[in-house]
Design a protein around this ligand. Structure first.
Ligand code: NDP
Length: 319
């Protein structure tokens, strides 16, 4: 089969389109023929070596495709499925744990289904579990036109919250407003002050910060006393270590650095969260915006564009 393989970590140039053996499914796994693979920021962390994976490897964690073989006989051959958490998804075939698959309703396009789970479930746990936004509460979301940012904005609005968002350009500002943000700002060292001014002089209840290094200082400033800074990513680079006293100085604020794993660890929670995302898409409470479809062989370009801030919403590889 064709696949993207890495024999060393580094820049996008290490993503090599090559031949690889079709993987053998284990007893709890299903072999799937991939139609589209979702491209996520976390894939760039594995590629660059910030997150560790045993070399050589094929990156990618999610996608949409058709079941080729399920030895247990529980899933019929040809069933269209989406998945998350299956390392090696940038390939023509991938093995997926049976419990990490969801059926794809016919209302959803393949490109949407390929990228809905990782970003959708992240946006869901951030707004429904890490901090359960309530009607009338306020939040600040960084990179509001990005994959997670757009979806978090829509989930936050569906819970009745006011959303302040921050983006880097006019076109992204338009998209963040279309996603439902109440006010959209630009990155600056005045960001927290601007947010507070628009928020009646008060800090927001929660900041969802996926940008990291470049925004973390403003995130600490933008939250109200006893509010939560939820640092969920590092698109601009990882945040430097901090002294816990900083949390005291900002008004007994809370800080968390969550990841999707613990919020989908049990099969019950995974299924409930995945179904919530699928249902929200079918009912159009949230919408996916797939701004780029790249051939599998062009995975390098997909990573370059993602890291150069050229993408909006989600992007996928056509296999
Ligand atoms: P995005 O589509 O949001 O792309 C990243 C965006 O970050 C860019 O488009 C850009 O938007 C913004 N950004 C700000 N500064 C930089 C910079 N220096 N370089 C590149 N981008 C920058 O990506 P994802 O939705 O896939 O992921 C967003 C973040 O969420 C990532 O950090 C990712 O690792 C994290 N994440 C965390 C998860 C978790 O469970 N903890 C799960 C999924 C994702 P703009 O130009 O508007 O600033």
């Amino acid at each position: 089969m064709k696949a993207i393989c890495l024999t060393e970590t580094g820049g996008p140039e290490v993503l090599t389109y090559t031949d690889a053996p079709v993987p053998e499914p284990g007893p709890d796994e299903v072999l799937v023929e991939v139609l589209y693979a979702g491209v996520n920021y976390i894939d760039t962390y594995y590629r660059s070596g910030i997150y560790h994976a045993q070399l050589p490897f094929t990156p990618g964690l999610e996608g949409v495709g058709r079941v080729v073989e399920d030895k247990s006989g529980k899933i019929t051959e040809g069933t269209k499925v989406a998945w998350m958490d299956a390392f090696g998804s940038y390939a023509e075939y991938v093995t997926v744990h049976r419990d990490r698959l969801v059926a794809v309703p016919q209302e959803l396009e393949d490109t949407q289904a390929a990228s809905m789970l990782l970003q959708g479930m992240t946006a869901h746990y951030l707004t429904h579990s890490t901090y359960q936004l309530q009607e009338g509460e306020t939040c600040l979301i960084t990179a509001g036109a990005g994959g997670v940012g757009r979806l978090a904005t829509q989930f936050a609005k569906s819970r009745g919250a006011t959303v302040y968002s921050v983006v880097s350009s006019d076109s992204k500002e338009k998209l963040a407003y279309e996603a439902g943000a109440d006010e959209v700002f630009r990155y600056s060292d005045q960001l927290a002050e601007t947010v507070r001014r628009r928020n009646g002089g008060r800090g927001v209840d929660v900041v969802y910060d996926g940008v990291g290094k470049a925004t973390f200082g403003e995130s600490l400033e933008a939250v109200r006393p006893r509010g939560l800074v939820c640092l969920f990513g590092a698109a601009s680079g990882p945040v430097d270590p901090i002294d816990p006293q900083v949390l005291n100085a900002h008004g007994s604020i809370y800080l968390t650095r969550p990841s999707l794993g613990p919020y989908t660890a049990g099969n019950e929670e995974f299924t409930a969260r995945a179904q919530a995302v699928v249902q929200a898409l079918v009912e159009e409470t949230i919408t996916m915006r797939v701004s780029g479809v790249y051939p599998l062989a062009d995975a390098q370009r997909a990573h370059e564009d993602l890291q150069a801030r050229k993408t909006t919403g989600s992007i996928v590889l056509e296999v």
